[in-house]
Structures are given as structure tokens and as C-alpha cells.
Design a binder for this molecule. Structure first.
Ligand code: SF4
Length: 228
């Protein structure tokens, strides 16, 4: 069995509740969406087919036993991912997914699942309520939800989600991340500050205790670089 791999690297987690934590990142190739402003579009296609045993050896060469499986959309290769987790049974695992696919046997094997369904600015069609609601019903306490926000329409849909799903930001951490458009670190920081002010005003009205606003930490440290 093999996995189609886009890249492997050791770095700091730059998003979500684990921000700043050292991890080995396994980015799998292929995605079932084509989001506008995707920052890993290079992983949509291609990728080398790496046998699981070879992958195991490469991963073990890093000085860390925390693996973040990301993409692309890693659940497109669920069987291979399950096989890899078997081989690395003493490791801790985290998964980043767009929450359009549901793998009930595999998902509980991760200590942290980041569900990142897309808002209107991604232009990928209707919100995946059917699958997303399963994540919220079945996966806590190992679940966080990350929403990338760009404009007014995104804030509107985000607030609809808060009304529809009472556990969002209230038991299930909600991370709001400002969209990065390849504008450069200073512009991204300026835009993030403006969005942070909007977030603070809105969060005061939401009354949810488990909400965070977080620009992409790794982008601020290593803007424009791959494999970090
Ligand atoms: S789901 Fe993620 S990897 Fe796929 S296109 Fe959207 S942002 Fe990119």
C-alpha cells in the first residue's frame, strides 16, 4: 500500500489550538475542492507514490513523534492513512480536513481533528452541513473547527453556523482565521488587525467562550517559504 505525498517537513503548527507546537507534517496530494486562494494549490495534483514502509522510515528520521496529516484532502486516501497510523502506533496524530468526507473508523484515531469547511469566499458551493454535523455530533472532545474568513458574506454564514450549531465555540473550539492572499507579511498583518477588531466586536455579541482569532503563525515567521 502507498500514499500520494506532496511534502514532508518538521516545523511548528501555525494554525488552531495547537499553534506553536512542534510537529512532523505529512501533506498528502489531491483535493476534492478547488478553493479560491488555496495556499497549498501545489498539492491538488501530482505527488509521489510512497510505500507505507518507506514513509514510516522517513517519518521516524524526524526528532518528533507528533504527526499532522494534512493536504490537499487527506481523507481521499483514508485506507492508506489508516495503514500508516498502524505502523506508527506509538505516535500521536492530528488531522486537517475540509469536512466534506466522513470516515467513522479512522477519525477517532486522531487526538485532534481540525474540520475546516469552506465559507462563501472559497467559492466551492453549498456548505457541507450533512457531513459537518456528524463531525460536531460524534468527534468532540478531539475536534476543533477552523473557518477562514474574508468578507461580509463569510461573517454572515459564520454567524448562521453559530446559531445552527450550539456546540460551536461552546465545547468545540472555533478558530477564525483571516484569509491570506499572498499579499506579503506586512499587508497580511495590517488586514489581520482590521479583522481582529471586527472579530472582537462580534465575539462580544456571540457569548461563546471557546472562540479564537488567529492569523497563520507560520506565514508570519516564514512568509513565502515551502516546507515550513
Ligand atoms: S480544501 Fe484545502 S487544500 Fe483543498 S482547495 Fe480548499 S484550501 Fe486548498
Amino acid at each position: 500500500m502507498y500514499l500520494k505525498v506532496s511534502e514532508i517537513f518538521y516545523s511548528l503548527q501555525g494554525e488552531g489550538v495547537d499553534v506553536g507546537r512542534p510537529a512532523v507534517f505529512l501533506r498528502l496530494a489531491g483535493c476534492n475542492l478547488r478553493c479560491r486562494c488555496c495556499d497549498t494549490a501545489y498539492a491538488w495534483e501530482g505527488g509521489g507514490e510512497v510505500p507505507l514502509e518507506t514513509l514510516q522510515e522517513r517519518l521516524k528520521s524526524f526528532p518528533c513523534r507528533y504527526l499532522v496529516v494534512t493536504g490537499g484532502e487527506p481523507l481521499l486516501q483514508a485506507r492508506g492513512v489508516a495503514g500508516l497510523l498502524e505502523l506508527l502506533s506509538s505516535w500521536e496524530f492530528s488531522l486537517e480536513t475540509n469536512a466534506t468526507l466522513w470516515e467513522p473508523k479512522l477519525l477517532p484515531r486522531f487526538s485532534l481533528v481540525t474540520a475546516s469547511p469552506k465559507l462563501p469566499s472559497a467559492r466551492v458551493g453549498p456548505f457541507p452541513h450533512g457531513v459537518f454535523s456528524r463531525y460536531l455530533e460524534i468527534l468532540p472532545p478531539r475536534l476543533q473547527v477552523k473557518l477562514v474568513v474574508d468578507g461580509e458574506e463569510d461573517w454572515r454564514v459564520l454567524e448562521e453556523l453559530l446559531r445552527r450549531y450550539p456546540s460551536l465555540g461552546n465545547g468545540v473550539p472555533l478558530v477564525v482565521q483571516p484569509l491570506e492572499r499572498d499579499e506579503g507579511p506586512l499587508e497580511y498583518l495590517t488586514k489581520s488587525r482590521e479583522r481582529a477588531e471586527v472579530f472582537l466586536r462580534k465575539a462580544a455579541q456571540w457569548g461563546r467562550k471557546d472562540v479564537r482569532f488567529l492569523p497563520q503563525f507560520h506565514k508570519l515567521l516564514w512568509w513565502g517559504m515551502r516546507g515550513v
